[in-house]
Design a protein around this ligand. Structure first.
Ligand SMILES: CC/C=C\C/C=C\C/C=C\C=C\CC(=O)SCCNC(=O)CCNC(=O)[C@H](O)C(C)(C)COP(=O)(O)OP(=O)(O)OC[C@H]1O[C@@H](n2cnc3c(N)ncnc32)[C@H](O)[C@@H]1OP(=O)(O)O
Length: 303
């Protein structure tokens, strides 16, 4: 799918990945456990494990940035590159996105990337976040999120950018956009994605309250499509994938584009302004203090 500025970022990453990837091992290929032929070979990077099944045309993409899959700059970059690699390989029609970290799908933005950092770093980081959203939201592949853990904020946005969401039935696995509770504001494109999924009124309430929904409520409000016992998340995601892949690609892709393009275009039109807004907002002293306090609370909670 044509994404002029998006492609520019990915091209930059592909042309000089080491400038973007600090200490990653992108492109590594290794045989999957018990696997044999090409269809069973794993590839990916340090933080994104890709298990492709050429026979079915489906790849499982696992986030593995322990302990909580916080979206570091490296993880964002590796996700974009892995997704692009699969999109460019005509063998693949669908991706199941899941977590390799126990109990957490994705903790959202890596707060250490925006706490105590300079504006240039925050800008680079935010551009990478925009890029991942654009890539996933407009992906020509069928994306199914197999949500096997907590899924707050940026984690929720990744899930919402997929075509379908299956959540494990565990009361600790809450999902939603909790930005207000950190003293920050979800940017308009996160808000738009929320509204497109659960409607205006439910979003208005959930965004202001920073609601994190337990599985049954997430299902009720329409944030996820299925809630299943934890050991059935993967198999249910595969069944969902089969349902989506039963539709001819071109018809499904054009329909997806018709449904999502206006929302993505809104960001594409004002990407630089959105970055500047983000940077000036998060670099304010008051916001830095809120973020520091939130991180501190997270760290203490553990002890
Ligand atoms: C004008 C407007 C213009 C622009 C818009 C402006 C601003 C916009 C922007 C932002 C959008 C933000 C979206 C986000 O994603 S913000 C991040 C929100 N994330 C969270 O609130 C999740 C926080 N984490 C948790 O709730 C939990 O960690 C958990 C439920 C995910 C997992 O719980 P566990 O008990 O399993 O693990 P912990 O012990 O809590 O954590 C382990 C370890 O990890 C650290 N950590 C957790 N989350 C993060 C994070 N998001 N970033 C960085 N680090 C994180 C935690 O501190 C622990 O570290 P230590 O081991 O103690 O060092």
């Amino acid at each position: 799918m044509a994404l002029a500025s998006g492609v520019r970022f990915a091209e930059r990453a592909l042309l000089r990945p080491w400038a973007l990837l600090r200490g990653t091992t992108l492109g590594r290929t290794e045989p999957a456990a018990g696997g044999g032929g090409d269809g069973a070979r794993r590839f990916g990077s340090q933080r994104v494990l890709v298990e492709p099944d050429a026979a079915s045309g489906v790849a499982v993409m696992k986030l593995r940035n322990p302990p909580v899959n916080a979206l570091s700059l490296e993880l964002l970059t590796e996700l974009v590159i892995s997704l692009e690699k699969l999109e460019n390989d005509k063998t693949f029609r669908g991706v199941i996105l899941t977590s390799d970290c126990p109990r957490v799908f994705c903790a959202g933005l890596d707060l250490t990337e925006i706490c105590g950092r300079n504006p240039a770093h925050c800008a680079e980081y935010w551009k990478a976040m925009q890029e991942l959203w654009l890539r996933t939201y407009l992906s020509s592949l069928v994306l199914v999120a197999a949500i096997n853990g907590a899924c707050p904020a940026g984690g929720c946005i990744i899930a919402l950018s997929c075509d379908c969401r299956v959540l494990a039935d565990n009361p600790k696995y809450r999902i939603g956009l909790n930005e207000t509770l950190l003293g920050i504001i979800a940017p308009f494109w996160l808000k738009d994605t929320y509204v497109n999924t659960i409607g205006h009124r439910a979003s208005e309430q959930a965004l202001q309250l920073g609601s994190l929904f337990p599985p049954a409520e997430a299902l009720q409000v329409g944030l996820v499509d299925q809630v299943v016992p934890e050991d059935q998340v993967q198999s249910t995601a595969l069944s969902e994938m089969a349902r989506w892949l039963a539709v001819p690609d071109h018809a499904r892709q054009l329909t997806k584009n018709m449904m999502r393009k206006a929302t993505a275009d809104r960001l594409l039109r004002q990407r630089d302004a959105d970055t500047q807004n983000f940077v000036s907002f998060v670099c304010r002293d008051s916001i830095q203090k809120s973020l520091q306090a939130y991180l501190e609370k997270l760290r203490q909670r553990k002890g």
